[in-house]
Design a binder for this molecule. Structure first.
Ligand code: NDP
Length: 256
């Protein structure tokens, strides 16, 4: 028996990195999973195969979450294949390039904000009505410890992640009477393609292993260490938890 037996989840960006670990962790607790990807079907299909090997249902769905019509087509197709979705994880994301506001690119700013913020709103807008009909719904926003530091040279990403958090707290109040929990998981640096690219650009390291010794608890956070918190939030152990932000950063993000 798993804590999520009989539930259906949709994980945006669920085919790689943190999203892949979340898809697998939810499935390990019994959920069937709709795995969204934008451009790369192969890793998404590999994650789906690993979930099917656990005896669960998994399907992959292409959609750019910054495109409302694409989100609508995906949620319709996912619901038709899996049934009503009771867990939504808004994980899909892109980093920004590290420019000041003055040197930044307006198109990049729009792309980053659209992906994180518009994408999260679109997905919740489309899935909340069906969650309201179910015994329980869960929406988890994957934001970032960037919302604690709000460092220079990251305005598109900082704006996007902070807006995602404002959205989550608002939605939590709206949907609490309908049995829907909305929570935020805010990682620090995580060992994924995005994390590696970021550290290559900012710290000049070839491998994240070079940062293990200086990291909290002696290692860079793994995607599984984010996924286990998401799984907890969606499960019976978090039945009275909503509108909370959990920094998963080894204690390195201060909570403002
Ligand atoms: P990766 O770059 O490793 O993976 C990104 C995922 O998002 C991929 O599955 C990608 O799909 C998907 N994606 C990107 N853009 C879109 C889009 N427009 N529509 C649908 N899917 C999209 O990133 P991580 O796993 O590292 O990051 C996951 C989340 O965690 C992001 O929101 C990120 O901001 C956040 N985060 C990451 C940290 C880190 O250090 N890694 C730290 C803090 C937060 P495809 O495979 O098709 O390209």
């Amino acid at each position: 028996m798993g804590t999520l037996d009989g539930r259906n989840a949709l994980v945006t960006g669920g085919g790689r990195g943190i999203g892949a670990a979340i898809s697998q962790a939810l499935a390990a607790e019994g959920a069937n999973v709709a795995i969204n990807y934008a451009k790369r079907p192969d890793p998404a299909e590999e994650v789906a195969a690993s979930i099917r090997a656990m005896g669960r249902t998994a399907e992959i769905f292409q959609a750019d979450v910054s495109d409302y019509e694409a989100c609508e087509a995906m949620t319709t197709a996912a619901t038709a294949k899996l049934g009503p979705i009771s867990i939504l994880v808004n994980n899909a994301g892109i980093a920004s390039r590290g420019n000041t506001v003055a040197e930044g690119d307006p198109h990049e700013m729009e792309r980053v904000v659209r992906t994180h913020v518009f994408g999260s709103w679109y997905m919740a807008h489309l899935l909340v009505p069906q969650m309201r009909e179910l015994e329980r719904g869960d929406i988890v926003q994957i934001t970032s410890s960037a919302t604690s530091g709000l460092s220079a040279n990251g305005s598109p990403y900082n704006m996007a992640k902070t807006a995602q958090e404002a959205f989550a707290h608002t939605l939590a109040k709206e949907e609490m009477p309908n049995g829907i929990h909305v929570n935020i998981v805010a990682p620090g640096l995580v060992d994924t393609e995005m994390g590696s690219r970021l550290m290559r650009a900012v710290r000049g390291v070839e491998s994240l292993r070079e940062l293990d010794a200086e990291s909290a608890f002696g290692h860079v956070c793994t995607p599984q260490e984010i996924a286990s918190v998401v799984t907890f939030l969606c499960g019976p152990g978090a039945s009275y938890v909503s509108s909370q932000r959990i920094y998963v950063s080894g204690g390195t993000a201060d909570s403002r």
